[in-house]
Write a protein that binds this ligand. Structure first.
Ligand SMILES: *Cc1c(COP(=O)(O)O)cnc(C)c1O
Length: 361
Protein backbone atom coordinates (compact mmCIF):
# COMPACT_ATOMS: atom_id res chain seq x y z
CA UNK A 1 0.00 0.00 0.00
CA UNK A 2 1.19 3.55 -0.67
CA UNK A 3 1.50 5.80 2.36
CA UNK A 4 -1.93 6.84 3.64
CA UNK A 5 -3.02 10.06 5.29
CA UNK A 6 -5.41 10.11 8.24
CA UNK A 7 -8.80 10.73 6.67
CA UNK A 8 -11.40 12.00 9.16
CA UNK A 9 -14.12 12.28 6.50
CA UNK A 10 -17.71 11.70 7.67
CA UNK A 11 -18.57 9.60 4.64
CA UNK A 12 -17.57 8.06 2.35
CA UNK A 13 -15.00 7.27 4.97
CA UNK A 14 -11.83 5.37 5.79
CA UNK A 15 -11.87 1.63 5.11
CA UNK A 16 -9.40 -0.98 6.38
CA UNK A 17 -6.24 -1.09 4.20
CA UNK A 18 -6.48 -4.91 4.07
CA UNK A 19 -9.94 -4.60 2.54
CA UNK A 20 -8.75 -2.11 -0.06
CA UNK A 21 -5.80 -4.32 -0.98
CA UNK A 22 -8.02 -7.38 -1.42
CA UNK A 23 -10.60 -5.38 -3.40
CA UNK A 24 -7.90 -4.07 -5.72
CA UNK A 25 -6.72 -7.63 -6.48
CA UNK A 26 -10.27 -8.87 -7.06
CA UNK A 27 -11.05 -5.89 -9.24
CA UNK A 28 -8.61 -7.27 -11.79
CA UNK A 29 -9.06 -10.99 -11.33
CA UNK A 30 -11.57 -12.43 -8.88
CA UNK A 31 -10.34 -15.69 -7.35
CA UNK A 32 -8.48 -16.65 -10.52
CA UNK A 33 -11.69 -16.80 -12.51
CA UNK A 34 -10.05 -14.65 -15.17
CA UNK A 35 -12.47 -11.79 -14.70
CA UNK A 36 -13.15 -8.90 -12.37
CA UNK A 37 -15.63 -8.99 -9.51
CA UNK A 38 -17.48 -6.22 -11.39
CA UNK A 39 -17.66 -8.21 -14.62
CA UNK A 40 -19.54 -11.20 -13.23
CA UNK A 41 -23.23 -11.90 -13.66
CA UNK A 42 -25.10 -11.17 -10.47
CA UNK A 43 -26.88 -14.48 -11.06
CA UNK A 44 -23.66 -16.51 -11.27
CA UNK A 45 -23.04 -18.94 -8.44
CA UNK A 46 -19.84 -17.10 -7.54
CA UNK A 47 -21.62 -13.79 -7.05
CA UNK A 48 -24.59 -15.32 -5.25
CA UNK A 49 -22.03 -16.81 -2.86
CA UNK A 50 -20.59 -13.31 -2.28
CA UNK A 51 -24.03 -11.96 -1.33
CA UNK A 52 -24.91 -14.93 0.84
CA UNK A 53 -21.59 -14.69 2.64
CA UNK A 54 -22.12 -10.97 3.33
CA UNK A 55 -25.59 -11.67 4.69
CA UNK A 56 -24.34 -14.56 6.81
CA UNK A 57 -21.57 -12.46 8.35
CA UNK A 58 -24.00 -9.64 9.10
CA UNK A 59 -26.40 -12.09 10.76
CA UNK A 60 -23.59 -13.48 12.84
CA UNK A 61 -22.13 -10.13 13.90
CA UNK A 62 -25.48 -8.54 14.77
CA UNK A 63 -27.02 -11.78 16.04
CA UNK A 64 -30.05 -11.36 13.75
CA UNK A 65 -32.86 -13.87 14.46
CA UNK A 66 -34.38 -15.97 11.66
CA UNK A 67 -37.59 -13.91 11.52
CA UNK A 68 -35.70 -10.93 10.09
CA UNK A 69 -34.76 -10.47 6.44
CA UNK A 70 -31.56 -8.79 5.30
CA UNK A 71 -31.84 -6.72 2.11
CA UNK A 72 -29.15 -5.00 0.05
CA UNK A 73 -30.79 -2.08 -1.75
CA UNK A 74 -29.85 0.95 -3.83
CA UNK A 75 -30.94 4.55 -3.54
CA UNK A 76 -28.92 5.40 -0.44
CA UNK A 77 -30.18 5.82 3.08
CA UNK A 78 -32.27 8.76 1.86
CA UNK A 79 -34.56 6.50 -0.21
CA UNK A 80 -35.45 4.69 3.01
CA UNK A 81 -36.87 7.94 4.40
CA UNK A 82 -39.76 7.42 1.95
CA UNK A 83 -39.74 3.64 1.60
CA UNK A 84 -40.31 3.11 5.31
CA UNK A 85 -43.57 5.08 5.61
CA UNK A 86 -44.68 3.88 2.14
CA UNK A 87 -44.43 0.28 3.29
CA UNK A 88 -45.29 0.52 6.96
CA UNK A 89 -48.07 3.09 7.00
CA UNK A 90 -50.02 1.62 4.12
CA UNK A 91 -52.26 3.43 1.69
CA UNK A 92 -54.54 5.63 3.76
CA UNK A 93 -53.56 8.68 5.73
CA UNK A 94 -55.21 7.17 8.78
CA UNK A 95 -52.09 5.52 10.12
CA UNK A 96 -49.70 7.14 12.48
CA UNK A 97 -45.98 7.03 13.29
CA UNK A 98 -43.84 8.70 15.90
CA UNK A 99 -40.51 10.41 15.10
CA UNK A 100 -37.68 11.86 17.18
CA UNK A 101 -36.16 14.93 15.53
CA UNK A 102 -32.50 14.82 16.52
CA UNK A 103 -30.94 16.31 13.42
CA UNK A 104 -31.12 16.99 9.72
CA UNK A 105 -31.32 13.30 8.77
CA UNK A 106 -34.27 12.80 11.08
CA UNK A 107 -35.91 15.95 9.81
CA UNK A 108 -35.60 14.80 6.22
CA UNK A 109 -37.17 11.48 7.16
CA UNK A 110 -40.05 13.32 8.86
CA UNK A 111 -40.68 15.38 5.73
CA UNK A 112 -41.01 12.23 3.62
CA UNK A 113 -43.12 10.38 6.17
CA UNK A 114 -45.66 13.22 6.22
CA UNK A 115 -46.50 12.31 2.62
CA UNK A 116 -47.85 8.96 3.80
CA UNK A 117 -49.47 9.32 7.19
CA UNK A 118 -49.98 11.25 10.37
CA UNK A 119 -46.59 11.97 11.86
CA UNK A 120 -46.17 12.83 15.50
CA UNK A 121 -42.82 14.50 16.20
CA UNK A 122 -42.56 13.48 19.83
CA UNK A 123 -39.29 15.25 20.52
CA UNK A 124 -37.06 17.84 18.90
CA UNK A 125 -33.65 19.19 19.90
CA UNK A 126 -33.58 21.59 16.95
CA UNK A 127 -33.70 24.71 19.16
CA UNK A 128 -30.41 23.64 20.79
CA UNK A 129 -28.74 23.00 17.40
CA UNK A 130 -29.34 19.31 17.98
CA UNK A 131 -26.70 19.12 20.69
CA UNK A 132 -28.33 16.16 22.43
CA UNK A 133 -30.64 13.17 22.06
CA UNK A 134 -33.59 12.60 24.38
CA UNK A 135 -33.85 10.16 27.27
CA UNK A 136 -36.91 7.90 27.52
CA UNK A 137 -38.74 10.20 29.93
CA UNK A 138 -38.39 13.24 27.66
CA UNK A 139 -41.18 12.26 25.25
CA UNK A 140 -44.26 10.12 24.90
CA UNK A 141 -45.02 7.56 22.25
CA UNK A 142 -48.60 7.37 21.05
CA UNK A 143 -50.11 3.91 21.59
CA UNK A 144 -51.51 3.98 18.08
CA UNK A 145 -48.17 4.64 16.39
CA UNK A 146 -47.11 1.90 13.96
CA UNK A 147 -43.48 2.56 14.86
CA UNK A 148 -41.06 4.89 16.62
CA UNK A 149 -38.42 6.27 14.25
CA UNK A 150 -35.08 7.59 15.43
CA UNK A 151 -31.49 8.12 14.24
CA UNK A 152 -29.07 6.26 16.52
CA UNK A 153 -26.07 8.44 15.66
CA UNK A 154 -26.42 11.98 14.42
CA UNK A 155 -23.44 12.25 12.10
CA UNK A 156 -23.51 16.03 11.69
CA UNK A 157 -23.84 17.00 15.37
CA UNK A 158 -21.85 14.19 16.96
CA UNK A 159 -24.64 12.90 19.18
CA UNK A 160 -25.56 9.27 19.77
CA UNK A 161 -28.19 7.38 21.71
CA UNK A 162 -26.33 5.67 24.57
CA UNK A 163 -29.24 3.27 24.97
CA UNK A 164 -32.23 2.72 22.72
CA UNK A 165 -35.79 3.91 23.40
CA UNK A 166 -37.84 1.54 25.54
CA UNK A 167 -41.34 1.41 24.08
CA UNK A 168 -43.99 -1.12 23.13
CA UNK A 169 -44.18 -0.06 19.46
CA UNK A 170 -41.59 -1.41 17.00
CA UNK A 171 -38.44 0.68 16.68
CA UNK A 172 -37.32 1.85 13.26
CA UNK A 173 -33.78 3.16 13.16
CA UNK A 174 -31.40 4.93 10.81
CA UNK A 175 -28.04 3.45 11.86
CA UNK A 176 -26.15 4.77 8.84
CA UNK A 177 -23.28 6.16 10.87
CA UNK A 178 -22.95 3.71 13.76
CA UNK A 179 -24.16 0.27 12.68
CA UNK A 180 -21.63 -2.41 13.69
CA UNK A 181 -19.86 -0.04 16.09
CA UNK A 182 -21.26 -1.72 19.24
CA UNK A 183 -23.41 -4.72 20.10
CA UNK A 184 -27.17 -4.25 20.50
CA UNK A 185 -30.29 -6.36 20.77
CA UNK A 186 -32.20 -6.14 17.50
CA UNK A 187 -35.41 -7.74 18.80
CA UNK A 188 -37.21 -4.51 19.77
CA UNK A 189 -36.61 -3.27 16.22
CA UNK A 190 -39.00 -3.63 13.34
CA UNK A 191 -36.52 -2.22 10.86
CA UNK A 192 -32.90 -1.08 10.91
CA UNK A 193 -31.20 0.48 7.91
CA UNK A 194 -27.82 1.91 7.06
CA UNK A 195 -26.14 3.38 4.02
CA UNK A 196 -22.82 1.55 3.77
CA UNK A 197 -20.50 4.45 3.16
CA UNK A 198 -19.85 5.43 6.76
CA UNK A 199 -19.16 2.29 8.72
CA UNK A 200 -19.69 -0.68 6.40
CA UNK A 201 -18.10 -0.16 3.01
CA UNK A 202 -18.38 1.98 -0.12
CA UNK A 203 -21.33 4.10 -1.25
CA UNK A 204 -23.94 2.37 -3.38
CA UNK A 205 -25.59 -0.15 -1.09
CA UNK A 206 -28.03 0.37 1.76
CA UNK A 207 -28.58 -2.49 4.16
CA UNK A 208 -32.13 -2.97 5.44
CA UNK A 209 -32.91 -5.45 8.19
CA UNK A 210 -36.65 -5.93 8.50
CA UNK A 211 -38.83 -8.10 10.70
CA UNK A 212 -40.79 -10.48 8.47
CA UNK A 213 -44.26 -9.60 9.69
CA UNK A 214 -43.74 -6.01 8.51
CA UNK A 215 -43.22 -7.07 4.90
CA UNK A 216 -46.92 -7.28 4.18
CA UNK A 217 -48.12 -3.90 5.39
CA UNK A 218 -47.51 -2.26 2.02
CA UNK A 219 -50.50 -1.15 -0.04
CA UNK A 220 -51.28 -3.07 -3.25
CA UNK A 221 -50.64 -0.11 -5.52
CA UNK A 222 -47.09 0.48 -4.36
CA UNK A 223 -44.67 0.18 -7.32
CA UNK A 224 -42.78 -3.11 -7.37
CA UNK A 225 -39.31 -1.67 -6.72
CA UNK A 226 -40.54 0.22 -3.65
CA UNK A 227 -41.96 -2.84 -1.92
CA UNK A 228 -39.69 -4.50 0.63
CA UNK A 229 -41.50 -7.76 -0.17
CA UNK A 230 -40.14 -7.70 -3.74
CA UNK A 231 -36.54 -7.63 -2.58
CA UNK A 232 -37.10 -10.01 0.32
CA UNK A 233 -38.60 -12.69 -1.93
CA UNK A 234 -35.77 -12.45 -4.45
CA UNK A 235 -32.78 -12.40 -2.08
CA UNK A 236 -32.04 -8.79 -3.10
CA UNK A 237 -31.75 -10.01 -6.73
CA UNK A 238 -35.05 -8.79 -8.19
CA UNK A 239 -32.93 -6.57 -10.40
CA UNK A 240 -29.17 -6.04 -10.62
CA UNK A 241 -27.94 -5.29 -7.11
CA UNK A 242 -24.98 -2.98 -6.38
CA UNK A 243 -22.54 -5.87 -6.85
CA UNK A 244 -19.23 -4.22 -6.07
CA UNK A 245 -20.54 -2.44 -2.98
CA UNK A 246 -22.02 -5.67 -1.58
CA UNK A 247 -18.76 -7.47 -2.22
CA UNK A 248 -16.74 -4.81 -0.34
CA UNK A 249 -19.24 -4.83 2.54
CA UNK A 250 -18.57 -8.58 2.77
CA UNK A 251 -14.84 -7.93 3.08
CA UNK A 252 -15.42 -5.31 5.79
CA UNK A 253 -17.63 -7.72 7.74
CA UNK A 254 -14.96 -10.41 7.51
CA UNK A 255 -12.36 -7.92 8.75
CA UNK A 256 -14.64 -7.04 11.67
CA UNK A 257 -15.23 -10.67 12.56
CA UNK A 258 -11.48 -11.39 12.55
CA UNK A 259 -10.97 -8.41 14.84
CA UNK A 260 -13.22 -10.04 17.44
CA UNK A 261 -16.66 -8.77 16.44
CA UNK A 262 -18.76 -6.01 17.96
CA UNK A 263 -17.66 -6.30 21.57
CA UNK A 264 -14.05 -5.90 20.49
CA UNK A 265 -14.70 -2.97 18.16
CA UNK A 266 -16.80 -1.21 20.81
CA UNK A 267 -13.85 -1.34 23.20
CA UNK A 268 -11.56 0.12 20.55
CA UNK A 269 -14.12 2.79 19.59
CA UNK A 270 -14.53 3.86 23.23
CA UNK A 271 -10.79 4.22 23.67
CA UNK A 272 -10.41 6.28 20.51
CA UNK A 273 -13.29 8.61 21.37
CA UNK A 274 -12.08 9.02 24.97
CA UNK A 275 -8.71 10.31 23.73
CA UNK A 276 -10.52 13.11 21.89
CA UNK A 277 -13.12 13.98 24.52
CA UNK A 278 -10.46 14.02 27.25
CA UNK A 279 -8.46 16.50 25.19
CA UNK A 280 -11.50 18.70 24.57
CA UNK A 281 -12.36 18.70 28.30
CA UNK A 282 -8.79 19.16 29.52
CA UNK A 283 -7.90 22.14 27.33
CA UNK A 284 -9.89 25.31 27.86
CA UNK A 285 -9.34 26.11 24.20
CA UNK A 286 -11.82 23.60 22.75
CA UNK A 287 -15.57 23.30 23.31
CA UNK A 288 -17.51 20.14 22.50
CA UNK A 289 -20.75 20.64 20.56
CA UNK A 290 -22.59 17.59 21.91
CA UNK A 291 -23.90 17.50 25.45
CA UNK A 292 -21.83 15.06 27.54
CA UNK A 293 -24.67 12.59 27.99
CA UNK A 294 -25.13 12.38 24.21
CA UNK A 295 -21.56 12.22 22.95
CA UNK A 296 -20.96 10.07 19.90
CA UNK A 297 -18.20 7.48 19.62
CA UNK A 298 -18.22 7.95 15.85
CA UNK A 299 -18.28 11.71 15.14
CA UNK A 300 -16.57 14.05 17.59
CA UNK A 301 -17.66 17.66 17.06
CA UNK A 302 -15.95 20.67 18.62
CA UNK A 303 -15.34 24.38 18.26
CA UNK A 304 -12.32 26.60 18.75
CA UNK A 305 -12.52 30.13 20.20
CA UNK A 306 -13.12 31.77 16.77
CA UNK A 307 -14.02 30.72 13.21
CA UNK A 308 -10.63 32.11 12.09
CA UNK A 309 -8.80 29.78 14.45
CA UNK A 310 -10.97 26.90 13.24
CA UNK A 311 -9.93 27.58 9.64
CA UNK A 312 -6.29 27.77 10.67
CA UNK A 313 -6.60 24.54 12.67
CA UNK A 314 -8.12 22.66 9.74
CA UNK A 315 -5.47 23.97 7.36
CA UNK A 316 -2.52 23.14 9.62
CA UNK A 317 -3.94 19.68 10.36
CA UNK A 318 -4.25 19.02 6.62
CA UNK A 319 -0.63 20.04 6.12
CA UNK A 320 0.27 17.30 8.62
CA UNK A 321 -1.66 14.62 6.81
CA UNK A 322 -4.96 14.87 8.70
CA UNK A 323 -7.82 15.65 6.34
CA UNK A 324 -11.60 15.94 6.57
CA UNK A 325 -11.77 17.81 9.88
CA UNK A 326 -14.10 20.57 8.74
CA UNK A 327 -17.49 20.43 10.44
CA UNK A 328 -20.69 20.07 8.42
CA UNK A 329 -21.76 23.36 6.82
CA UNK A 330 -24.90 23.47 8.97
CA UNK A 331 -23.01 23.62 12.31
CA UNK A 332 -19.51 24.80 11.39
CA UNK A 333 -16.56 24.11 13.67
CA UNK A 334 -14.63 20.87 13.47
CA UNK A 335 -15.62 17.24 13.26
CA UNK A 336 -13.42 14.18 13.59
CA UNK A 337 -15.18 11.11 12.21
CA UNK A 338 -13.56 8.04 13.70
CA UNK A 339 -15.57 5.08 12.48
CA UNK A 340 -14.59 1.44 13.04
CA UNK A 341 -11.83 1.42 10.43
CA UNK A 342 -10.24 4.71 11.48
CA UNK A 343 -6.86 3.85 13.07
CA UNK A 344 -6.08 4.73 16.67
CA UNK A 345 -2.72 6.21 15.60
CA UNK A 346 -4.64 8.88 13.68
CA UNK A 347 -6.53 9.87 16.81
CA UNK A 348 -3.29 9.94 18.81
CA UNK A 349 -1.72 12.20 16.20
CA UNK A 350 -4.76 14.50 16.24
CA UNK A 351 -4.84 14.94 20.03
CA UNK A 352 -1.13 15.67 20.04
CA UNK A 353 -1.70 18.34 17.40
CA UNK A 354 -4.68 19.75 19.34
CA UNK A 355 -2.54 20.28 22.44
CA UNK A 356 0.22 21.93 20.43
CA UNK A 357 -2.21 24.16 18.51
CA UNK A 358 -3.90 25.30 21.72
CA UNK A 359 -0.54 26.22 23.24
CA UNK A 360 0.60 28.15 20.18
CA UNK A 361 -2.62 30.02 19.69
C1 LIG B 1 -25.11 10.05 5.59
C2 LIG B 1 -26.37 9.79 6.29
C3 LIG B 1 -27.58 9.65 5.58
C4 LIG B 1 -27.69 9.85 4.08
O1 LIG B 1 -27.19 8.76 3.39
P1 LIG B 1 -27.31 8.68 1.80
O2 LIG B 1 -26.84 7.28 1.54
O3 LIG B 1 -26.39 9.73 1.24
O4 LIG B 1 -28.71 8.90 1.40
C5 LIG B 1 -28.71 9.34 6.29
N1 LIG B 1 -28.69 9.18 7.63
C6 LIG B 1 -27.55 9.32 8.35
C7 LIG B 1 -27.58 9.14 9.83
C8 LIG B 1 -26.36 9.63 7.70
O5 LIG B 1 -25.22 9.77 8.40
Amino acid sequence: MPERIFNFSAGPATLPPEVLAQASRDLVNYRDLGMSIIEMSHRSKDFIAVTEQAEQLLRELLDIPANYQVLFLQGGASTQFAMIPMNLLGAGKDKKACYLNTGVWAKKAIKEAKLFGEIDVAYSSEAEVYNHVPADGDYQVDDKAEYLYFVSNNTIYGTQFQSFPATHVPLVCDMSSDILSRPFDIRPFGLVFAGAQKNMGPAGVTTVIIREDLLDRAPENLPTMFKYRTHADQGSMFNTPPCFAIYVVGLVLEWLKNLGGLAAIERINKEKAALLYDTIDRLDFYRGHARRDSRSLMNVTFNLPTPELEAKFIQEAAARGMSGLKGHRSVGGCRASIYNAFPREGVEQLVEFMAEFAKNN
